[in-house]
Design a protein around this ligand. Sequence first.
Ligand code: GDP
Ligand code: MN
Ligand code: MN
Length: 245
Amino acid sequence: MKVQVTGITGIPLIQKGDDLAAIICKNTTVNDGDIICIASTVVSKAKGYTRALADIVPSADAVRISGLTKEDPRFIQGILDSSKEIIQEYPFILSEVPCGHVGVRAGVDNSNIEGENIIILPKDPAKEAAEIRAGIKNITGKDVGVIVTDTCGRAFRRGQCGNAIGWAGMVAIRDFRGDHDLFGLELHITEEAVVDEIAAFSNFIMGESNNGIPAVKFSGCETWKGHDSLYFTKEEDLIRKAMTK
Ligand code: GDP
Ligand code: MN
Ligand code: MN
């Protein structure tokens, strides 16, 4: 496989109402089978999934947690409002968001947005990915895959990586179960989280601060077969079980 990876330059500061599919097509050419990764930050800004801290009234819970984490109680309230289930409060809030993703501070960001505002993760990032994919198809006639990414911490290892939080035009996991290795041994366990691998490399191209590259194009990825059950169920998730015991 020979893959070409291109950071898409020329994208402006994204405002509410912007058409990301049109902006991407204006700044790069796409071909059938390309995969476009887009930072959740700009998806949220385009859709207006942002909140002014001044408009947030912190609850007693938010005030209590802010005493532990030393963060703005309004920011904490924004995190609580974005969470479906809180797994841990301190030293940082770790929670599940509505799409099933588990993230630090529910993925709420106060960077790469103007003024005293916060960026909330899209509630249904798969839908956002599908919408952008359809928009690109509409403009160019090309069938691309789209992955909405966020930079996330990980268990066991220092350092953040890009994760896929929503995708369209592909399945999340390449399933190797039933395949045979070089020596004919049947694989029983291996499922490769391809969407996360691609998201992680796109995050490397995007950077975290002022690169201004919120979208990355992958050309030449082979397709794969598998399924979309990227998130563990609560019963399967050993780390979550240990943390909430
Ligand atoms: P996240 O990983 O989804 O939380 O997004 P980041 O805040 O880490 O931003 C990822 C990349 O997008 C970085 O290169 C940012 O500089 C860039 N970025 C963020 N917002 C904008 C924007 O409105 N316009 C452009 N051109 N780049 C942006
Ligand atoms: Mn983020
Ligand atoms: Mn990031």
